[in-house]
Design a protein around this ligand. Sequence first.
Ligand code: UDX
Ligand code: UDX
Length: 485
Amino acid sequence: MISKNNLVENICCVGAGYVGGPTMAVIADKCPEIKVSVVDINEERIKAWNDDNLDNLPIYEPGLVEVVKRSRNRNLFFTSDVDNCIKNADMVFISVNTPIKSAGLGALQASDLKWVEVCARRIGAISKGHTIVVEKSTLPVRTAEIIKEILEATTKSAKKNGEEKTFSVLSNPEFLAEGTAVNDLFNPDRVLIGGEDEVAIEKLKSIYLKWVPNKKILCTSLWSSELSKLTANAFLAQRISSINSVSAICEATGANIQEVAKAVGLDSRIGNKFLNAGPGFGGSCFKKDILNLVYLCRYFDLDEVADYWEQIVHINNWQQNRIYEKIVDKLFRNLSGKKIAILGFAFKANTNDTRESPAIQIASNLLEEGSILQIHDPKVSWDQIFNSLSTYYETNKLDKSNINNWTLENSVESAVNNADAVLILTEWDIYRDINWEKISNSMREPSWVFDTRLITDPRKVRDAGLNLWRLGEMESCKDGTFGLS
Ligand code: UDX
Ligand code: UDX
């Protein structure tokens, strides 16, 4: 609905997830004059966003509680009343999930756009007057075209009934990273707005201008905006697969991955970010976006380009697999009945998100070998682990006989009790300060520590009498620090 003063007064965001929730909370915080309603078909999620106890918000993000506290029920509302919110909004953000298709054309590569389409149809059916529709979810290139077609069809049928209903479609991809989402939203490197309708672009821009400098707001065509988001994620993932591939070379040659990363990153043309070797990238975006890019390339007969990007996902799987193989190898190629403490199940620190976490594949492989997993994570729930493992087993058609051989422990101490090995998969701060001397007393000998995030102090671990394997370091390297400062 067009507002009287031609400014955005009423925003509706469909999807109260990791993107929609924090993004709208920050917009509401910075623009108290705008009413921001976040809607979701998942009533439990909405209930959690409205919980009096802010510790129960459905998403854990440092700083989020404070932002929500300032604006919730002032100009930020979480509700399941999807239709009413869409009807009253002059700007609707689409922030629904777009998982990889599990079946049909493009299965395991293309994004499933079913929710985006449902959302576009609902907006078409319910909205009044002129509505600006903003793609927030990361979507395959030219999805805006699909949204436009759906909306234009409703414009035509509304006209037949004597009703005026028009739309402008913009792409405004979100670049926030989980764990630092609030800071990323307050201080973005850039805000990208893609579209053709100058007036709509200016309206969206005026929202961001409340806290983002003009020079950081980039306006492009719709297709450039959509492709930029996929490309940014592909480049970031490429850096991780590159450094992970080098971690294996380090292990073979005696070079040290942290030294190499530091030396390489000091080149200002390369930069020092995203050069931490680890168990492989996880999260809802990287794999999905690269596979989308691969699908797009194959569609346009760009097979060499598709092969190039696909290799990044291949190396990522290989990295996870080789960590699991290393554990099997060190534990005498027999994991049957052996207890392994898994420290960290989230795909990175400071989030409770487990989507595509390397822990899922590695834990499943270890379970298949007959080990018993004692898992600890400060923010991940039992249900999340159960659902993640079940989905992985089903997708990969694995034999489920060992799928329940794990427990979620509420402390590092109970996780390591009687364990043959400790496997660090997430770089939570609490794992940096583990008292290895104490831990070693409760483990079964010979005991191993596998550090895939390079957060242990090698001397302390070895002084406690534990065997240590660190990613990207040759095993004969006993102190592991190599004079890094
Ligand atoms: C992200 C991003 O938006 C997307 O760019 C990325 O590619 C993957 O998913 P995210 O916020 O992380 O979304 O996903 P999620 O936490 O699953 O939240 C999406 C929400 O949309 C869910 O709560 C779901 O219930 C809701 N939804 C989905 C609706 O409200 N309506 C629908 O029709 C479909
Ligand atoms: C990513 C993008 O960074 C963000 O811009 C986009 O909007 C969504 O996708 P996110 O997946 O939340 O964000 O987290 P990110 O910090 O990028 O980490 C992704 C994965 O890469 C994690 O599993 C992380 O542990 C891993 N990673 C990251 C490394 O292994 N090494 C690094 O140096 C950086």
